[in-house]
Unconditional design. Structure first.
Length: 212
């Protein structure tokens, strides 16, 4: 979302519009800070305690997902007040009137096409990530919640843990092996080598974009 306008009007990002079009739904927005406007909020008292109340305990994410699925399946046998059919039966009836899911998944990545600079890095948002391409090359960058992936001619060539700081340079020493092959000793004292040594010692180091 780019901007909150008057009332329920919003200025949307192109990626959100694509997401909405892919799954074929209409977005409705609430007033910021007004939780009571959210769907079925007032009617929530008609339902039994939700699977997340109290907070469930699980050994890992997979176990938590299994428990939530089991709770949802068990709830399908419940008969709501004033109804004669259980939740599961009514769900099957409603399903006949729903649109079919899209055949293809939707990639949630934010996509850009930066140019590789003289240090072998491509700028994504405010940070710079190393890629194994020559300076001047155009690379496809895909930003996810935890990673930043780079592709060239349709093939993935690099992947970095996403950095949420600003004006940082994140290096992968392997991206500079071609430089070492042409110029032995070229990386001695360089930032990529120093960063790799810090990571090998259990530290993760990033540098300000103005450093080399």
């Amino acid at each position: 979302m780019k901007k909150i306008l008057r009332g329920q009007q919003r200025e949307l990002t192109a990626r959100f519009i694509a997401f909405r079009s892919h799954w074929r739904y209409q977005a409705e927005f609430c007033t910021p800070g007004e939780g009571h406007e959210k769907g079925a909020w007032r009617r929530g008292r008609l339902f039994p305690p939700q699977p997340l109340v109290p907070v469930p305990v699980a050994s890992d994410l997979q176990a938590l997902n299994r428990k939530l699925l089991e709770d949802c399946r068990a709830d399908e046998g419940r008969i709501m007040s004033g109804q004669t059919e259980c939740v599961g039966t009514r769900l099957l009836t409603e399903k006949e009137h729903l649109l079919a899911l899209a055949a293809e998944p939707f990639d949630l990545a934010e996509v850009s096409f930066p140019r590789v600079d003289q240090t072998g890095c491509a700028k994504v948002r405010t940070n710079f990530y190393s890629v194994p391409l020559k300076p001047g090359s155009i690379v496809e960058a895909r930003v996810y919640s935890c990673t930043v992936e780079f592709r060239h001619h349709g093939s993935q060539i690099a992947s970095h843990e996403r950095c949420y700081s600003r004006l940082q340079k994140i290096f992968d020493l392997e991206h500079y092996l071609d430089v070492l092959d042409r110029k032995p000793g070229a990386l001695r004292g360089s930032t990529p080598l120093a960063q790799w040594r810090a990571q090998a010692g259990g530290l993760r180091v990033t540098t300000r974009s103005g450093s080399r």
